[in-house]
Design a protein around this ligand. Structure first.
Ligand code: NFS
Ligand code: SF4
Length: 633
């Protein structure tokens, strides 16, 4: 096994795997090393059967593929395809939620309801939908129509959800570049078409297409998903939670919800409540639903469900022997998890017809039969518990506590208590004075290749020391929560004096009797939309472009294609985006030049690749300093 030292809880689970002789990701990673250099540089091509071709980075061997494609063409095509994978995931997620919402309105999905009517009406207004004399259902149907238009329109008109959410200045920028998008599915089709053998060979043209797919992801994926999820399940409010695999309970039926779509996890949570007595009849003290990855973020933001595990820990938590069912839907689910589960009584239950894992139990979950299937799944978990009852479990110690639920609405609620007329004013004043030196969004995944370096924690602490507020989403939020960065003690421990004073004032305004935490959990990966909304509002209020704000984004432990497409969206918006490990563009001089330099003149954004946490933090602080200087503050 690779000898690496992870945080205490994670390491204890790796150690347990080793002592039980159970294979995990660390063993599999060990067998992959050294990983292929061509793959890491992005310079291998499998687009046709004259290949696979690869380009010699030292300039001695082949410099083109059999068809004559250069390394720049190959790398940029590969990058665009990565993004298509990411955007397709988010767009698929959003469309699934919209279609369920539509079925609900038609009375075909009785398990779902409108929870946040205010948000529905606000979106309807902003879409210019007439409301007078119409029922909520009627208005909602038209909102759905507008959303679905973003998958059907053929006239080249602008994506409705982009018009709805993108700042005016950003739209102007994109119009000048010719990258405004129209129909999400058409854009994805075109990207696949242009990257297949013998089409687009111009690396710059391909990179512009990459920005387009970023916009598809941001608006027809992230924003659309967040909007409809908030309407159906409620817009998050600040609440207290616990985090770490230690939230599993020996004497309870433990159901780990893993995946992304709250359509499933909300119903499981509801049925866990309804079947509590049935669990008790089997000798359990109750049912403990815990969250893994992004569906865990969705649940914790709306219902303070404990945050049990980030992606790297998703198979590890089963080594506790205490997980009765691991219920999954879509995305980021390691097939290897099933092999770990097999060593225990744990049932892995897949629920999506296009996401099946050999050996796992499959229960189709459709909106029409949500209640029946959710009940069945929870009963399977109770049944698994009866088989586990007397067996030994190993639940590591060390729960962290924290505050989550920082939707834009929740943040504005707090700010309104300070300035009801102009809630963003206190933030702007504090940015001007330097009490808030800047803000950085940390997003994305935990990488098994990097987690032992504590990249995320070190970078976040450096930000706080420099009075830079941190917002976070996705698995990075799990990392921060487990590291105790989302509780009020962290404000005292890690923040510079300016930021500390602001968080104290906000905590007082919120009636907390304590400062707000310095790291704000804004949700799942699709909820990066919330970060963009907040930035857009700040930029509008200041009358500047987002690219001028003293802010940045970071994906400090990139894993997924989804993170690549989100990152590209942020580049299109004009942000500096820090990335580690190396994105697969390093083989192409053109891609590196355009993404790290050239883009600055086009959108204001640029990529910053740095694997050393302190140097990465330094680079971000310098960027923020430069932005402040340019603003004259
Ligand atoms: Ni985001 Fe969320 Fe986690 Fe990474 Fe996967 S769960 S969608 S991709 S691994 S943060
Ligand atoms: Fe090789 Fe060109 Fe085929 Fe790619 S498209 S595999 S570079 S011949």
């Amino acid at each position: 096994m690779l000898q690496r030292s992870y945080d205490r809880v994670t390491q204890s689970l790796f150690d347990r795997a080793q002592s039980l002789g159970i294979e995990t990701g660390i063993d599999r990673l060990g067998r992959q090393e050294p990983q292929c250099g061509f793959g890491q540089l992005g310079s291998c091509c499998r687009m046709c059967y004259m290949g696979p071709c690869r380009i010699d980075p030292f300039g001695e061997g082949a410099q083109t593929g059999v068809c004559g494609a250069t390394v720049d063409t190959i790398v940029c095509r590969n990058l665009l395809r990565e993004e298509v994978g990411g955007a397709a995931s988010h767009v698929g997620h959003a469309r699934h939620v919209v279609l369920t919402f539509k079925k609900m309105l038609e009375g075909k999905a009785p398990g779902y309801h409108i929870t946040d009517r205010g948000k529905l009406l606000e979106i309807a207004d902003r879409l210019g939908i007439e409301r007078d004399g119409r029922s909520d259902e009627d208005i909602a149907s038209e909102v759905v129509e507008r959303a679905l238009e973003d998958f059907t329109r053929q006239d080249g008109g602008m994506l409705n959800w982009l018009r709805l959410h993108a700042p005016e200045k950003a739209i102007e920028k994109w119009q000048r570049l010719g990258i405004v998008v129209s129909n999400a599915h058409n854009e994805i089709e075109e990207a696949m078409h242009r990257t297949s053998m013998g089409n687009d060979a111009d690396p710059v043209n391909l990179l512009l297409a990459a920005l387009k797919i970023g916009l598809v992801d941001g608006y027809a994926g992230l924003h659309m998903a967040t909007d409809f999820q908030d309407i159906m399940f409620g817009t998050p409010q600040v609440r207290k939670i616990e985090a770490s695999p230690a939230v599993l309970e020996k004497n309870m039926v433990n159901i780990a919800m893993h995946g992304h779509n709250p359509l499933l996890s909300e119903k499981i949570l509801e049925w866990a409540g309804r079947l509590e007595e049935d669990a008790k009849k089997e000798g359990a003290e109750g049912i403990n639903v815990v969250g893994v990855c992004c569906t865990g973020n969705e649940l914790t933001m709306r219902h303070n469900v404990p945050m049990a595990a980030h992606n790297l820990q998703s198979e590890l938590i089963m080594l506790t022997g205490a997980v009765d069912a691991m219920v999954v839907d879509i995305q980021c689910i390691w097939p290897g998890s099933e092999k770990v589960a097999e060593c225990f009584h744990t049932k892995v239950i897949t629920t999506e017809p296009f996401v099946k894992i050999p050996g796992a139990m499959h229960i189709d979950f459709e909106p029409e039969n949500a209640d029946e299937r959710a009940e069945k799944i929870v009963r399977e978990a109770i049944d698994a518990f009866t088989k586990r009852k007397d067996k030994e479990v190993f639940i590591p110690e060390g729960k962290a506590t924290g505050l989550v639920g920082f939707s834009v609405e929740a943040i504005l609620d707090v700010l309104k208590r300070i300035n009801p007329e102009d809630p963003l004013m206190p933030v702007i004043d504090n940015i001007k004075s330097g009490n808030i030196f800047g803000a950085v969004g940390f997003a994305g995944c935990p990488s098994i290749k990097m987690r032992h370096t504590n990249m995320t924690e070190i970078m976040v602490k450096e930000m706080l020391k420099n009075n830079i507020l941190v917002v976070t989403t996705g698995c990075t939020a799990h990392i921060c929560a487990q590291a105790g960065l989302m509780n009020t003690d962290a404000t005292e421990l890690y923040c510079g004096e300016g930021l500390k004073s602001v968080l104290h004032a906000l905590g007082d305004a919120a009636g907390l009797g304590a400062p707000l935490p310095p790291v704000w959990h804004m949700g799942s990966c699709v909820d990066n939309s919330r970060i963009a909304t907040l930035l857009g509002a700040l930029a509008d209020r200041l009358g500047v472009d987002i690219s001028e704000l003293p802010v940045a984004g970071s994906a400090p432990e990139l894993v997924q294609e989804k993170a690549v497409s989100i990152g590209t969206w942020l580049l299109a918006l004009g942000l500096m985006v820090h990335i580690a490990p190396h994105p697969r563009i390093m083989g192409s001089p053109v891609a590196v030049k355009v993404l790290t330099e050239g883009l600055k003149d086009l959108t204001g954004g640029y990529a910053f690749v740095e694997l050393d946490p302190l140097k990465a933090a330094e680079g971000i602080v310098q960027h923020i300093k430069d932005r402040r200087k340019a603003l004259g503050i």
